[in-house]
Design a protein around this ligand. Structure first.
Ligand SMILES: O=C(O)C(=O)CO
Length: 338
């Protein structure tokens, strides 16, 4: 029988997974304690030999590491043709290696939008209103001493600049419309799904886009060309006192430039859910009062995790039944050989 692997958590859709693949494929759980054991078991005679598809969750990297070129080569060797990644961001998979080995990759767009956008909204509210700082005061018994209303701001009427208007950016725009905030966005191209009340700023108007922002929400995927995209120039292009929130990936921001701008007061605050070397958090960030920090909670809700699991499993099943999952990643949609 055809074999597929569950590599990482399947916390909420285990029952559905059994039903979805009943009579279609045998599900092999990845239970290797480390990368060496994983690679060994992909070899002929090993317990993973002959799998054709993989459901992957980032949590598997704690045991076997990211899907680097070595792992991708071994997967290809045993016959894997599809990796159904659970998550919007697939920076833990070597996509060039997958392309050269003929393995297609899908992600879970849409399923992550609401929870991640809600996280961005929380970071915007907490940072503008100083709620995280206020809670830290209360917890140390200082009530509201040292908290001055002159350092807190309403969202209503402020300009939110969204860098990257994909599904998550669009959902952020919808959520902040309730206040309402003015929403502007920058993408390579105007986004098809952008709400009517948002304004598109092309590359030629990037300086204006930054200057007008009270809040910059970072929502671009991590790729070679977006690593360090929010660097010194972009940060200094924001007006003094602006805030940045990031729910995308830590490496999209130049962390040293960000910290310098907090130190010299150019930035009024920062809200972060993601960091360059998770789970490490730069200790210098912990020293700022005007910074709200979360430990990558973007999609950590039962509802969204289940949606994501089902979406990833759906891609794997569609690959088996129809030859292709629906959420093939952008890099592969554009390539004719896929
Ligand atoms: O979907 C993703 O890429 C995530 O980071 C999940 O939190």
């Amino acid at each position: 029988m055809t074999k597929v692997m569950i590599c990482g958590d399947l916390a909420w859709a285990g029952v559905e997974a059994k039903e979805m693949f009943a009579g279609l494929a045998e599900i092999i759980p990845m239970d290797s304690p480390d990368k060496a054991d994983f690679l060994k078991n992909l070899e002929p005679g090993g317990k993973y030999a002959g799998i054709v598809g993989v459901y992957r969750h980032n949590i598997s990297s704690k045991k076997i590491g990211v899907f680097d070129s070595e792992i991708v080569s071994s997967l290809a060797e045993t016959g894997v043709k599809w990796i159904a990644h659970n998550g919007a961001g697939y920076d833990q998979i070597d996509i060039s290696a997958c392309i050269s080995k003929g393995i297609r990759v899908s992600n879970t767009p849409g399923a992550v939008d609401d929870a991640t956008a809600t996280t961005a909204l929380y970071l915007i509210i907490s940072t503008l209103r100083q709620f995280s700082k206020a809670e830290r005061h209360l917890r140390k018994g200082a009530w509201n001493s040292g908290l001055r209303s002159g350092q807190a701001f309403d969202l209503t009427g402020k300009t939110l600049a969204i860098l990257g208007m994909g599904g998550i950016g669009t959902r952020i725009a919808e959520l902040v419309h309730a206040f309402p905030m003015r929403v502007i966005y920058h993408n390579r191209r105007p986004a098809e799904g952008a709400p009517a009340w948002t304004e598109y700023y092309p590359k030629e108007r990037l300086a204006e886009f930054l200057r007008e922002a009270d809040v910059l929400a970072v929502s671009v995927p991590l790729r070679q060309e977006t690593e360090g995209l929010v660097g010194e120039a972009m940060i200094r292009g924001l007006r003094k006192g602006a805030i940045i929130v990031n729910t995308a990936r830590g490496k999209v921001i130049d962390e040293n430039a960000l910290i310098r701008a907090l130190e010299d007061g150019h930035l009024g605050g920062v809200g972060l859910d993601v960091y360059p070397n998770e789970p490490e958090v730069n200790p210098r960030l912990l020293g700022f009062d005007n910074v709200t920090l979360l430990p990558h909670m973007g999609t950590e809700t039962r509802d969204s995790q289940k949606k994501m699991e089902l979406r990833a499993l759906g891609n794997l099943k569609d690959f088996l039944v129809e030859g292709s999952g629906k959420d093939l990643i952008a890099e592969m949609r554009l390539r004719s050989r896929f």
